[in-house]
Design a protein around this ligand. Structure first.
Ligand code: TMP
Length: 207
C-alpha cells in the first residue's frame, strides 16, 4: 500500500482537538495557494453521514461486527466518492480519522482480531495510506472532561474510561510501529503550540 503525498489524517481519542487542528492545517495550505478539502470519518459523504447516525445513536445496541462493517462501509464510500477523486485532482485531503481509528477502536478496544481488520481493509481500501498522520495524544480522563461540554453523548462517549484507555494504547502502538508516517503530538498544550508543531512537521516533510 502506498502513502499518497496529498493525504493527511488526524487521529486521537475523544476530546483531543483533531477537528480544530485539521481546520487550522487546511487554512495553512489554503494560505499557500493550495487546493485542500477537510473531511471526516465516519461521514464525509451523504451515505457516510447516514451511517454515522446509525453508529453513534446511543440507543442502538450494536454487535461489534456490525459496527466494524459499518465503519468500513462508510470508508468504502468516502474513499471512492471523495478521497481518490480529490487526490487525482491535485487537491490535498485532510481527514479527521481514518483507518487507524478502526484498528484502535474496533481492534484494540473492542477486541476484534487485528488480522480480520487487515483482511477487510485490504478489500475496502487496498492502495491508499495517509502520507502523514498526526496522532494527538492526550490523557483519557482529560479528553473525556473536555468533551463533557457536548450536551448529548454519543455511543462511544458513553463507553467506560477503560475502553478509551484501550483506544489510546492502540493508537500508541500504531505510532510505535510506523514512526515515519505517524507523528505523535502532545495535545495537552494550547491550540497554538499544537499547530506550530504540526506546521513545522509539514514544512519539513513537504519539500
Ligand atoms: P468523531 O467523534 O471523531 O466524529 O468520531 C465518531 C466516533 O467514531 C468516535 O468515537 C470514534 C469512532 N470511530 C471508530 O470507532 N472507528 C472508526 O473507524 C472511526 C473512523 C471512528
Amino acid at each position: 500500500m502506498s502513502r499518497a503525498k496529498g493525504f493527511i489524517s488526524f487521529e486521537g481519542i475523544e476530546g483531543s482537538g483533531k477537528s480544530t487542528q485539521a481546520k487550522r492545517l487546511a487554512g495553512y495550505f489554503r494560505s499557500k495557494g493550495k487546493k485542500v478539502i477537510h473531511t471526516a470519518e465516519p461521514g464525509g459523504t451523504n451515505i457516510g453521514q447516514k451511517i454515522r447516525e446509525l453508529l453513534l445513536e446511543p440507543e442502538n445496541h450494536m454487535e461489534p461486527l456490525t459496527e466494524l462493517l459499518l465503519y468500513y462501509a462508510s470508508r468504502a464510500q468516502h474513499v471512492r466518492e471523495v478521497i481518490y477523486p480529490a487526490i487525482l485532482d491535485d487537491t490535498i485531503v485532510i481527514t479527521d480519522r481514518f483507518s487507524d481509528s478502526t484498528v484502535a477502536y474496533q481492534g484494540y478496544a473492542r477486541g476484534i482480531d487485528l488480522k480480520l481488520l487487515s483482511r477487510l481493509s485490504d478489500i475496502v481500501n487496498p492502495d491508499l495510506k495517509p502520507f502523514l498522520t498526526f496522532m494527538l495524544d492526550l490523557d483519557v480522563e482529560e479528553g473525556l472532561k473536555r468533551n463533557k461540554k457536548a450536551s448529548k453523548k454519543d455511543r462511544f462517549e458513553l463507553e467506560a474510561v477503560e475502553f478509551h484507555t484501550r483506544v489510546r494504547k492502540g493508537f500508541l502502538q500504531i505510532a510505535s510501529e510506523e514512526p515515519e508516517r505517524v507523528k505523535m503530538i502532545d495535545a495537552s498544550r494550547s491550540q497554538d503550540e499544537i499547530s506550530e508543531d504540526i506546521i513545522k512537521i509539514i514544512e519539513e516533510q513537504w519539500r
